[in-house]
Write a protein that binds this ligand. Sequence first.
Ligand code: FE2
Length: 159
Amino acid sequence: MVQQTLKTPEELLRFQLRTAMTMENDSLAALGELAKAARSAEIKKLFRHHADETKDQIANLREVFRLLELKEATAPSPSTKGISRQAGSLIERTAPKLHDQVVLSCALGNEHYEISAYQSLIIAVSGMQAPQAVALLQDNLDQETHTSEELYATLQRIA
Ligand SMILES: [Fe+2]
């Protein structure tokens, strides 16, 4: 397949938004897997709560496409697929008593990736006279940041 070169900031943004959509879909799937692999009820609950937030984040991204008058679509996100694969293989090769530690650290990695994706999107959309779109992306970024802090604090507590 011939890949089209992205030539303008707008084309780059459209592609990154599509990648973010895949990233959130991957996160939703990963959170389900991590909740299953977690041993403590508290950590399972934390993942389920963030899975609910992730559904809202997907809705926010849909709205951003609409506000920017872009066709909603997805683009490949090999990074999030890789993070999930790495989590799966680490869970497989660790003893069950370490699984809470493993799932928290893998989720933390995913959150940091998501934070970087939203930071770049916010910079790109900030110059577009679309304050509502920026606000929705900021809401997603704030949720990811809050979740990463929760994961970090929980990881520190159990390690
Ligand atoms: Fe997310």
